[in-house]
Design a protein around this ligand. Sequence first.
Ligand SMILES: [Fe+2]
Ligand SMILES: [Fe+2]
Length: 356
Amino acid sequence: MPRTELEGLIAIPAGAIVPESLPDFKIYIPSPKGGYVLWAGDGRMVTKEKLERLAQSRQEKVFIALGEAVKYEEYLEVHLDRILESDFATDEQKGEIFAKVSTNVVRSAFEHSASGIIQRETLIRTEKLVINALSFISEAKSLRPLARMIGNDYKTYEHSTKVLWHTVAFLNQNHDLLIEILKEYKGPQDSPTKEILMKCGVGALLHDVGKALIDPAILNKPGPLSELEWEIVKKHPLVGLAMLSDTEVPLYITKAVVQHHENFHGGGYPLGIERGSITILARVLRIIDTFDAMTSKRPYKDRLRPSEAIRIMVRDPTTATQTNDPRDKGMRFCFDPDLLRRFIVFLGRVRFDIDI
Ligand SMILES: [Fe+2]
Ligand SMILES: [Fe+2]
């Protein structure tokens, strides 16, 4: 194989390439003599034997040209289900690949919905993503890669991915909630819980889709919002409802989207409803959404450690000792206490033994 010196190569995990696939981008590996050699992407199928030989050589990274990154990302989305089941990728790599694909899908969903209408193709793509990732993100082995994302900077698309991941993993560990969700919405009672879990995942991924219509200058403002800007942001659950109302998304999902900022003891928005009037999925999203927002870094706010975020979420605001940080105000009355307790149990299974 001829050696080549290539500028502008980027490393990708070797585990992203699945057997019997035909990448339409060139893949290089380092040559022992220096430079790189073409490994795949020459129009021939990548066989299992070829991947095994690569794994034996302990080559964890392969390289592609920066100019072919879009083709690579399309490859990841098309093959996501196989990558997440592949023996050639580690759980960490699977987590990173899922997060990358999911973030791309959410970004595209937001960009294609800026007219106020969610296209059918957008929903199909979103649903396909959740279906392809469902087994991986609902399993305990995915919690460690999820924990690694906690504490990242707050970005709407990545936030949506983390809310999806937490929601699916949490509900999968609380099957009785899925049964309750099914009963609550009086849907066809023979729907398998896997189907409900998938739909809940779509709702989690799109919970903030109403923000697609809000001026990005407000959403990305590197400082606290003015009162008027805050009022605009608070419209996103209703905007999300309007965007989803003409689609095939089931009512139990649109209800969760519109109610995800309602407080269990009242005083939330947009409707100010409380307790049992708030659907279970919306109550779950209220907890997970808050946890992710508090543990993410904003330009004007430091992230909180998961334990600090939870302390504030369980604290009674009427007895809390006030400090200089307004976030120390207890949030206990925002959440369904039973679900909050379950969420804390769930978090105990996410391994936070890394520096977060
Ligand atoms: Fe929201
Ligand atoms: Fe959110």
